[in-house]
Design a protein. Structure first.
Length: 317
């Protein structure tokens, strides 16, 4: 059993369309805890040949698209329908485009999931046509630009927290989210060191953990909590190494093994969204009535954003 503490890290999308594809790939890798350095496909090929082919479109939301459209773009493409469809689709999925007319141009911020689905009303419709029809790829490629002062930027964070807290944080529907999947990750493998990682409970000190790991912690509430984590790992590893009753060769799959997990296991979560979505996040999660661990996470992100001058202090009070 391994114990770690909560942490957050801001993720930055690299320039260009290739940078967008790389961002999508990296966020998708979080689900499977995949080492991107070992991937043989290019980021773009991974997006089209793996994610889209399998209908795994959620990670596409982490590819931020900045466009500079001419003022007459509605007439150039689909007449008034383009503007209506673009805005309607973005809002339907809770990702709002931002427009600012400057120098006779529209500055739009959206994400690649909106671009790839285009006029289609759902993932199902778009996937049925293999994403070949109704998308806005040609528009994106022609009018792509790097973010300007006129664009509403999106902010992305990688979060390490307990499974129970990551589940809570994913309820913020105005933030795109993707999370480490215990359905696909087999923690008995060498890839994970053959052990399960837990988040150190916020009230248990490093000294208590050291005493526990050295076998010197007397009976107390903290010991019972840590014993529970150790027992969770023991049961998981035991199940991972025995055959099922139905088949003496086939072992249980991760989606079966995860049934014995406790909510204290470590999970990696990525959240991305506009400034107003993060403001709402802070309002909910930095409140004194919020889950203490969620409050720790929220305050870490809030302090980091203020330090980087992404959001002014008066907006996050």
């Amino acid at each position: 059993m391994r114990l770690i503490k909560n942490s957050v890290k801001r993720l930055y999308q690299k320039p260009g369309i290739d940078g967008m594809y790389e961002m999508i790939r990296d966020c998708a890798a979080v689900c499977y805890q995949t080492d991107t350095e070992k991937m043989k496909l290019s980021p773009r090929d991974f997006v089209f040949d793996v994610l889209l082919k399998n209908g795994h479109t959620r990670p596409l939301e982490f590819g931020t698209v900045y466009l500079k459209l001419p003022a007459n773009y509605k007439d150039m493409f689909f007449g008034n329908d383009f503007s209506e469809n673009f805005r309607k689709y973005s809002k339907f999925h809770y990702y709002f485009d931002y427009e600012n007319i400057e120098n006779n141009c529209y500055y739009v911020t959206t994400n690649f999931r909106c671009i790839i689905q285009g006029d289609n009303n759902s993932d199902a419709y778009a996937h049925a046509d293999e994403y070949k029809y109704g998308n806005y790829l040609d528009i994106m490629e022609k009018y792509w630009c790097e973010p300007t002062i006129h664009h509403n930027p999106r902010i992305c964070y990688d979060i390490i927290a307990s499974r129970g807290v990551t589940d809570d944080l994913r309820t913020h529907i105005t933030l795109s989210s993707t999370c480490e999947s215990s359905r696909f990750c087999n923690y008995s493998k060498n890839k994970f060191g053959g052990e399960i990682t837990f988040i150190q409970p916020y009230w248990i000190t490093d000294k208590v953990v050291e005493q526990y790991l050295n076998g010197n912690l007397s009976d107390c509430v903290d010991k019972v909590v840590l014993d529970g984590m150790q027992q969770c790992e023991d049961i998981y590893m035991r199940l991972a190494n025995i055959a099922t009753h139905e088949n003496l060769i086939k072992k249980l799959q991760p989606q079966q093994l995860k049934r014995v997990f406790a909510l204290g296991i470590k999970a990696e979560l990525v959240l991305c969204g506009f400034r107003d979505a993060w403001d709402n996040f802070f309002w909910r999660r930095s409140d004194d009535h919020a889950d203490p661990e969620a409050k720790i996470i929220s305050n870490m992100i809030k302090d980091d954003i203020i330090k980087d001058d992404i959001i002014k202090a008066d907006l996050v009070k």
